[in-house]
Design a protein around this ligand. Sequence first.
Ligand code: FAD
Length: 397
Amino acid sequence: MRRPLQIGLIGGGIGGLAAAVALSRRGFAVRVFEQSDALREVGAGIQMAPNAVKVFRALGLEAPLHGIGFQPQAIVVRDWDDGREKRRTPMQDAEGRYGAPYYQVHRADLLDMISAALGDTQLELGTRVTAVSSTPDKAVVTFEGGRQEAFDLVVGCDGIHSLVRRTLHGAQSPRFTGTMCWRALTPVEVFPSGFVPPEMTIWMGPLGHIVIYYVRGGRLVNMVAVRRTKTWVEESWSVASSAQELGEAFPHVNADVRMLLERAQNAFKWGLFDHDPLPFWSRGRVTLLGDAAHPMLPFLAQGAAMAIEDAFVLAQVLADEPDVVRALQRYEAARLPRTAQVQLAARAQGEIFHLTSPLARLKRRLGLDRLAGSDPRLLNRDWLYEFDATAPLPRGA
Ligand SMILES: Cc1cc2nc3c(=O)[nH]c(=O)nc-3n(C[C@H](O)[C@H](O)[C@H](O)COP(=O)(O)OP(=O)(O)OC[C@H]3O[C@@H](n4cnc5c(N)ncnc54)[C@H](O)[C@@H]3O)c2cc1C
């Protein structure tokens, strides 16, 4: 019997753990190195769109996902000034329409669910990687303190500030988008009974938008609020904010949105930075996955979904192709175009959300932007949700 491939994954976020599950299901020997002392996700919601759910289904994790997820009845777009409904996409039949349901979950619940499926995978917490390198027959990881270990393959799942990406591409300078983002997670009982509908609502206004949806079976209301700003804010998730600050940041909203803002709890804020797609992800036996490979703006809610798709495809190509370097070429050929398309579409969605030209804003307000036949408020997402990363790869890919 052949020795199983020894794979080192750097980073135990959603991407790294999804990769650990997908790779270990294929019989590879996987070790995950995570710098934090515990597996941790921020207190916030995350949407698992049908394309991500298809991967969990293929990994045998759809039932636990269903157990932790909330299924919205619709995605509804409203104007935040007068509250009028502008567009409604029913989501009850996401299975029929896209081939899998749509879930909204608490990030910590999602991470727990994936880590419960790790099986024999070795997870090494409190282990910070300081360097990676590749030779023709091995990839070498250096840890804080100087210890080194060799693997057949090393995958940088180390997030938006990836060390592995820096090793492959040098330091990069993402562009500040001029937008700031808040997140908040509020117990539902803080609001009047029935006040928050079982839908995802996107409240849109000039130069900003606010997304509201349930997580944890409808016990918590998740908010992501975005607006343009001249103030520079750091690219981190951990700067505390408050309901008062939220109220001040969005002064011209209707009474419903005002209540959502003024009663918000567990609020944090950060700046949104934009990264261009990378020209390549792999060198020798080292590659990238998730935000390390394709950091993207959150406006299509697809960053983690892309990491989950990457995880499945990486495991699939390694199972099909014994030569690691050739397998990485196939991985990149299959994944880089799709993720680059999503990165650029997320950027375009941000521009539509936050129209800066007064004429474009006036047209939207008067509904003239819809007369052209298509509604540009939300880019069409069917191509995103219909995609099935678990389908056999086309020949030659
Ligand atoms: C406001 C907002 C809303 C979003 N909503 C959605 C959504 O609804 N749906 C969706 O699919 N996506 C969403 N995303 C995107 C999603 O959050 C990310 O794409 C996803 O979390 C990335 O996962 P990752 O595992 O690649 O990176 P991370 O979660 O950043 O994990 C990287 C891990 O690597 C570890 N690490 C880093 N460096 C080292 C090192 N040197 N050594 C060891 N360990 C290291 C870190 O500690 C961390 O645990 C959203 C993003 C934002 C900002």
